[in-house]
Design a protein around this ligand. Sequence first.
Ligand code: SAM
Ligand code: FES
Length: 376
Amino acid sequence: MADFTRAGLRPSDWWREAVRPGAEQIETITELKRLIDRLEAGESLTEDEWVSLIEGRSPELADYLFEKARCIREREYGKAVYVRGLIECSNYCKNDCLYCGIRRSNRNASRYRLSREEILSCCENGYQLGFRTFVLQGGEDPAMTDDWVMEMVQAIRAGFPDCAITLSLGEKKYDTLKRWKEAGADRYLLRHETADACHYASLHPAEMSFEHRMQCLRDLKALGYQTGCGFMVGSPHQTTHCLARDMRFIEELDPEMVGIGPFIPQHDTPFGGEAAGTLEETLFLLGLLRLLKPKVLLPATTALGTIHPMGRELGILAGGNVVMPNLSPVGVRAKYMLYDNKICTGDEAAECVSCMKRRMESIGYEVVVDRGDYKG
Ligand code: SAM
Ligand code: FES
């Protein structure tokens, strides 16, 4: 028989050990629920409090959070799910982000660039399908000059006056962003990727600047764009402190949109062997974002749908209110391969839309024909 006394332990310790974690857990869960209540009441959390909340997550806490998140989302936006037609206009990129499948160093990427006519035809198709927002997204393609983009925006604005135009074309100079805004762009998505400068440096080559990306986001806000920032969940080297800083940064920037999705490795990148971000952590963060920014436009992303067949439905149930079906021509879909196994690369836009409508209806939500502006 083991000598518990000599080891500094008593049999009652085993008993206490068996009970104490439960008791502590209850205490902790009550404390963590209190943090969620404070967030709901519009109070700021410290970085350490964010860390406790994110690290202390459990199924019970998540249920508590998601119920509140859904309640707030329905108070602000009802059961509406906004759709954005994503047009992936170019996969050429001068940048070399370590996580991204279309980085310039990836010689296996088969490059393409849509013509102006192709983009307008995607918009026409999307309009018929009920889209009232078009998102032009692409790598930082030097051949897509500032003037070319400006003329593209003007053409979409003239052809689809009742639609919102969102750009997601990377970091640009203030004057460029200003000209595009004057040409008719309404919104701009530029994920900050991480609010921690050291983490940023571990995800990007030295020539890319954390400060510059942050400055672009501030410029977008100053220019009156509905601005979207965001980050990948579970990106290599990400710690809970990085996530806590992301939450505090988002609170301070006060963006109209936040795009988060799991990091997913792409086999031709330096991070090809890294683990993907998880569904449960992404959902938990979506719920927290809804509490932090009750009116935010928050997509259940394609990446979330890629790591789990019900990822987008779960994202909406965790507090999301936007989905972004693909409007790109089917012939180029598989070439915009940011990460492995990306879904919806073979379907026509019409199929994606009806699939999305069914998915949202199956959870009691409704895809609406609406520009889906921020209700500020
Ligand atoms: N060039 C623009 C920019 O930098 O904002 C837009 C295109 S970029 C490919 C869009 C987003 O894709 C990035 O902000 C990044 O968060 C996400 N992304 C890239 N690689 C990814 C990966 N391996 N897993 C998940 N998301 C990824
Ligand atoms: Fe440029 Fe990904 S490295 S879009």
